[in-house]
Structures are given as structure tokens and as C-alpha cells.
Design a protein around this ligand. Structure first.
Ligand code: GCW
Length: 681
């Protein structure tokens, strides 16, 4: 306890809530276990109940005493069919569940159409009980909003994790798959408990060794798949597009070459022989030096469809990433705009992808910055499956040394109205598949875990993993609600602890933005590792991530009238909103416009004064986070306290470095003094 390993699955009795004395009477589970997922559900419920009620738990196939907790599949369990009426049962979809308390017997019935649904129902019940909810008055139905709720690991087989900030890989070491399957199982539990149903276990940058996951490592891959299977999580592999050459010794990876197609058909058949319910392939092609169909003069549909055809007979899918842009741009060239790239490459291919291909699109047009507009490609291909990609790992948001609760950022993105089918076409309705009626759709996100005992390095970063899963299940949940659940399950819900931590989480993104990324400017970071301030770190680089600050002004003109034309990728009302500085929201002004430092914002401040103010305030607020945390000290475990306190101390110091570097840079460029005469160097 206190070291963070159990994360939000500690199963302690809630500090406050509506549980009455009779709460501990729930120590009897009735279930007849049919498969491994149900086995997990029963085990989890039994462990969970034991922890929460402090009593031992019995499991039987028939009800022998009341009150008990009944688990079962509709149509297969008499007890469940009696406890949950047919109308309610009909409202439960494949992965959903119903929970119903009988007011007389106080029996709690958890019913589902599948074992996966049952597992989610059990975790939901435990969440309610763990939060002190009234378990004896339940009547609810839940169905996941998004079909795919996926995690992408960026783990390499040498044990490193690309953009990982919490130690080494839990999956691989020394170019082999781990033997520590207990840890994998605990990860599967964490993921399933917040609704995740798919995982790609290796980095999208697939190097030599990882290519062989498809071949010689298949027996070990099968072992991992077995663990995830028992938590209803499908396993995917990231593949190397040039595998037919690297592994098969073919002279080409051209998607129309018949021996290449044959190679992939055989590869797919071998994978399915080892893992019958294998999810499919995740592909990064023609992106940041990775091989792809462009080499052969083919397009991305040719590339994706070749793989889709190989997977089709087994029900597998291809998840094809749209993070395709020129990473060898000349910084002198003002006509190339990286923000345009995904849309320019893919939009024209709408309708040419097979129906088991999904395009995975990063939430913004550049790259997981603190602040970006929504990618205009989302929803712009009505005849193509799409899913959104978020980044839980905090590459550009403080690398798990700074606290940055990302759920509010994701909510803003999901709620953004694309206007693609008139008003009321938000991103969340596109990615859940309802707007265009897609067979496949959903969420993917890059994980933030490693082999650190507490999984995420910064304990508060656990809230992002938890929150991602909860949001993928139901994007209508509020950021506060999700934070509240996580705090309660992790630290308890006594005051003032609960309120203090909730305030910290809820303000953390805004605080981080305020001292690192003013008005939509990104990439003012050190090259390569991306940690810490460096205003010109990427200004004269080939990566296409510039802010063009000079002595007069700053920002990128992406307008259609005078700039790169990026604004034209948005639907009418959004295009107009972004096209004019008069209507462009302040927080994105410099993403869309190049303006003088004296340009007045909607807030009434000038651009330069905004930069100074937010940086001074941001650093102060970062310091206050540490002070706030000091106030929870007496209410929590010492080790748990210290883990966060150490990181917050580093954040407070580092925020000052950000403040001074950025303020000094812009003061020297602009020559304009701070109105309030604060120290700038
Ligand atoms: O943001 C960039 C990262 C790369 C990453 C790439 C991608 C896996 O800096 O490390 O590579 O995005 O998403 O493919």
C-alpha cells in the first residue's frame, strides 16, 4: 500500500458515502463460470468484495443465502432472467451490462449478453461500492459508446519505451518477450477495469527484432494474448511495412506485387493459427522514415487494402495511421504546412479503403501539443472508418514530471463541433461511428505506463490512463466526475483531501499551458527528447513546426486569404471562425495567424502582455500546487505523499525556468517591457 502498484484497484472501504451497516452482508457470489472472462469477473468480484467489506467471500452456483450478488448471461442463467426484466435485458448490447438490486431480498443481479459485458459490470459495481455508493438501490444499464477502446504501447523489444516516462517496458526485455506474466495480468486488470478492449503491444516504429513478432516470437505473443483474452482485450501487433523484404527476403514490398500479397496472406494465416482471436495490424507507413507504399508509387489505400485482404478471412482489421507528413522540410520554405499534411494525403482516398481498414487520426493536425485545433480530417471521409488517437503519455505535456490531467483537453476535442453535417456534428459522434454509420470506429491512445512500481512515474498521471478508458466508454462523463472517481478509488474520498486533489487535477492542464505554450504556439521545447524550454529548438529544423517569431510579431499565417490555406480544410463556420483574427479564439490565435506583439486579444491584453502574464502566473500557480499538496500530507500514506511531492517540487522549479526563458526571449525580440515591471532577464 502506498507504493501505487494497485492504482485504482485497491478495494478499500470508502471513507464516506451512503453505505449503511448492512453493506458488509454482501459476501456471497452466485455464478456458474463458463469461460475465462467470466472466471476473471468472478475472481475480481471476490477479491474486490473481500477488500471493500473486510469479510471473506463465498462463491456458489446456486443462491444459498441472501443477500447475494448474482452474475450471469441473459438466456443462460435462470436467476438472472428472473432478476432482470426482459425489456432491460434487451437494452443491453454486446459489451454492456445491467445491474439491478431486488428491493425485497436485496440481491444484486449483474446481467450481460456476453462475458465481457459481465466483466465490465463487475468492475462497475466494485467502483460504486468502492466509492461508498448505495449498492442496495441499484438499477442501471450501461453500454460502451465506442466500439474500439484501444491502447497503443510504444514499447521496443530492447526494453525501452519510445516517449515512455515511467521506466522500462513491462512487455519486453533483452529482445525477448517478458516472462513476468503477473505484471502483464495486472496491467490487463487495470485496463479492463476502465473499459479498454484492445491493445497493440509494440511500438508503431517497428525495428528489425520487432518485425519478428509476426514470425519466430509468435508462441510468446500467444501467451500474452491469452492473458489479455481473459480480460476481454484483443491483442494487435504493429507491423513493419517492409516485412516481406526484411523477413521474407523478397526484393520488394510493393503492395500490388503478387508474391508480396502472398507473403502477407501466409503471415496472417500463421498469426491466426497461434492467436485465433488476433485483432489485427497497426501500421505507421511512409511516416518519419518508416517504409510504406510511396516507395513504389502506390498510395495508402493500396498499402492498407493489401493487408486488409490478408486479414479479412479471419475477421482481422488494419489500423492505418494518418500521421504522414514531410519530416525533411526546408525551414525556409513557407509554402509547405505540416498541419495540412494528413488531410491532403488522405481525404482524396475516401471510399477506396476496404471495410476492415480504420484510419487512426491524431487529435490535432500537428503532434499532441499542449494546444492544437482539432484535426480537420476527422469526419471528412464519410465512406471510411476512422478512429481518433490521443496521447496519454505526456511527451509534450510535462513528461510525467509535471502534473497535467489531460481529460479536460480530450473533452474539448470530443465536444468540438465539426459542422460537417451542419450544427451538432461533434467529434465524439464521428469517432463513435454514428455520424457516418461506420462498422468500425473508436478511440486509440498511446499508453503512459512502464515498469515503475506505480506504473506511471508520477502517481497523478494514473488519472490520465484511468480517465482515457472511462471517456472511451462514455464521452459524456465530465472531467470532474472522472477525476472524482479516480481520487476516491486511489486515495479515498475524505475531505479536504478529495477537494484539494480534484482542484489540482482540474487546473493542471491550464497551468501547464500557461507557462509553456501561449496562444497555440507549440514546440518551444528541446529537440529530440522534448523536455524543457527551448524557444528556437525547432525553428530552423526540418520538422515543420515553426512559430516565426521576429522583432515585430509571431505566429503562423494559415489563412486561406494570405497564408498556407490550412483553414480551408474546415467546414464553413469553422473555416470562417479561424480565418479571421477577429473571430479566432485567443487560445489558438498564433496557430492560425501571424500578428504583431501589440495585437489586442479578446481578453483585452496585447499578445506580448499575455505572454508575460501567463508565464508569471503559471509559475506561481505551479508553486501553489506544491503548497496544496502539503495540505493533504496528514491525510495520506507517507510514501504516497512523497511520490507526488517530489515531482511537484521539480515542477515548481522547472516552471520558473520556462517562465524566464520564454519571457526573456520575447522581451529581447520585441523590445517591449512588461507593463508591471516584473523581472525579465
Ligand atoms: O510525436 C512523435 C513522437 C515520435 C512518435 C511519432 C508517432 C512513435 O515524437 O516518437 O513515434 O510521433 O506518433 O509516430
Amino acid at each position: 500500500p502506498g507504493n501505487g502498484y494497485e492504482a485504482w484497484l485497491q478495494y478499500r472501504r470508502a471513507d464516506r458515502g451512503t453505505n449503511d451497516e448492512r453493506f458488509t452482508e454482501y459476501h456471497h457470489i452466485v455464478a456458474s463460470v463458463q469461460d475465462e472472462v467470466m472466471r476473471s469477473a468472478v475472481d475480481e468480484l471476490s477479491d474486490g468484495l473481500k477488500g471493500i467489506t473486510g469479510r471473506s467471500v463465498s462463491i456458489t452456483e446456486d443462491a444459498v443465502s441472501t443477500p447475494c450478488i448474482l452474475l450471469g448471461i441473459f438466456g443462460a442463467s435462470k436467476a438472472i432472467d428472473q432478476a432482470i426484466d426482459a425489456d432491460t435485458a434487451r437494452a443491453v448490447k454486446a459489451e454492456g451490462f445491467a445491474i439491478q438490486t431486488d428491493s425485497l431480498t436485496r440481491n444484486i443481479a449483474v446481467g450481460a449478453a456476453t462475458s465481457a459485458g459481465l466483466l465490465y459490470g463487475v468492475f462497475h459495481l466494485l467502483r460504486i461500492m468502492g466509492a461508498g455508493g448505495a449498492a442496495d438501490r441499484l438499477s442501471l444499464v450501461e453500454n460502451p459508446v465506442n466500439p474500439l477502446r484501444m491502447i497503443n504501447q510504444w514499447d521496443n523489444m530492447d526494453g525501452s519505451v519510445e516517449r515512455g516516462y515511467a521506466g522500462k517496458s513491462i512487455f519486453f526485455e533483452n529482445n525477448r518477450i517478458t516472462g513476468n506474466l503477473e505484471r502483464i495480468k495486472d496491467y490487463a486488470r487495470l485496463l479492463a477495469s476502465c473499459g479498454i478492449n484492445a491493445i497493440a503491444i509494440n511500438n508503431v516504429n517497428v525495428h528489425r527484432v520487432e518485425s519478428r513478432l509476426l514470425t519466430e516470437f509468435l508462441p510468446e505473443v500467444a501467451k500474452l494474448a491469452e492473458i489479455f483474452r481473459s480480460y476481454a482485450i484483443k491483442l494487435f501487433l504493429s507491423i513493419n511495412y517492409a516485412s516481406p523484404m526484411e523477413l521474407g527476403g523478397l526484393p520488394t514490398a510493393d503492395p500490388v506485387a503478387s508474391d508480396v500479397r502472398e507473403w502477407w496472406r501466409l503471415a496472417a494465416s500463421n498469426v491466426y493459427a497461434a492467436v485465433p482471436d488476433f485483432g489485427g495490424f497497426l501500421v505507421k507507413a511512409d511516416s518519419e522514415h518508416r517504409p510504406g507504399p510511396f516507395t513504389y508509387g502506390r498510395d495508402h489505400a493500396d498499402g492498407a487494402n493489401m493487408l486488409a485482404e490478408a486479414l479479412k478471412p479471419y475477421g482481422g482489421i488494419v489500423i492505418w495511421r494518418c500521421f504522414v507528413y514531410n519530416c525533411k522540410q526546408d525551414w525556409r520554405d513557407r509554402t509547405t504546412d505540416r498541419a495540412r499534411a494528413a488531410y491532403d494525403h488522405f481525404r482524396q482516398l475516401d471510399g477506396s479503403f476496404m471495410d476492415n481498414v480504420i484510419l487512426q487520426i491524431k487529435n490535432g493536425p500537428i503532434d499532441f501539443q499542449v494546444r492544437e485545433p482539432v484535426s480537420p480530417l476527422l469526419g471528412a471521409m464519410p465512406r471510411t472508418n476512422q478512429m481518433i488517437e490521443f496521447q496519454i503519455t505526456q511527451e509534450y505535456t510535462g513528461q510525467q514530471r509535471h502534473v497535467c490531467y489531460l481529460v479536460p483537453q480530450w473533452k474539448e476535442i470530443l465536444d468540438f463541433d465539426t459542422h460537417l453535417q451542419g450544427m451538432g456534428t461533434p467529434v465524439k459522434r464521428i469517432v463513435d461511428g454514428t455520424v457516418h454509420g461506420n462498422p468500425y470506429s473508436g478511440f486509440a491512445a498511446v499508453s503512459n505506463i512502464g515498469d515503475d512500481t506505480n506504473w506511471t512515474g508520477h502517481p497523478l498521471a494514473q488519472a490520465n490512463l484511468y480517465g482515457y478508458g472511462r471517456l472511451a466508454w462514455n464521452p459524456e462523463l465530465s472531467s470532474e466526475e472522472i477525476a472524482g472517481e479516480w481520487i476516491t478509488l486511489t486515495y479515498g474520498n475524505r475531505e479536504p483531501l478529495y477537494g484539494i486533489i480534484q482542484d489540482m487535477l482540474m487546473s493542471s492542464w491550464e497551468i501547464y499551458e500557461s507557462y509553456t505554450a501561449p496562444l497555440g504556439v507549440g514546440f518551444m521545447v528541446n529537440p529530440d527528447h522534448h523536455y524543457g524550454p527551448n524557444v528556437e529548438g525547432y525553428e530552423y529544423s526540418p520538422w515543420g513546426t515553426y512559430h516565426y517569431a521576429d522583432c515585430h510579431g509571431i505566429g503562423v499565417d494559415r489563412t486561406t486569404a494570405t497564408g498556407t490555406g490550412y483553414t480551408s480544410q474546415y467546414a464553413g463556420p469553422n473555416r470562417e471562425m479561424y480565418e479571421s483574427p477577429a473571430t479566432c479564439p485567443d487560445e489558438l490565435l498564433l496557430f492560425f495567424h501571424h500578428v504583431p506583439y501589440t495585437h489586442p486579444l479578446h481578453s483585452g491584453k496585447t499578445v506580448i502582455q499575455h505572454i508575460y502574464d501567463t508565464h508569471f502566473e503559471g509559475a506561481e500557480r505551479a508553486e501553489r500546487l506544491l503548497a496544496a499538496w502539503e495540505r493533504v500530507k496528514e491525510h495520506m500514506d507517507e510514501e504516497a505523499f512523497r511520490q507526488v511531492a517530489d515531482r511537484l517540487a521539480e515542477q515548481a522549479e522547472h516552471a520558473k525556468e520556462w517562465r524566464d526563458r520564454i519571457n526573456t526571449y520575447f522581451f529581447r525580440k520585441s523590445g517591449i517591457a512588461d507593463e508591471r515591471g516584473r523581472t525579465i532577464y
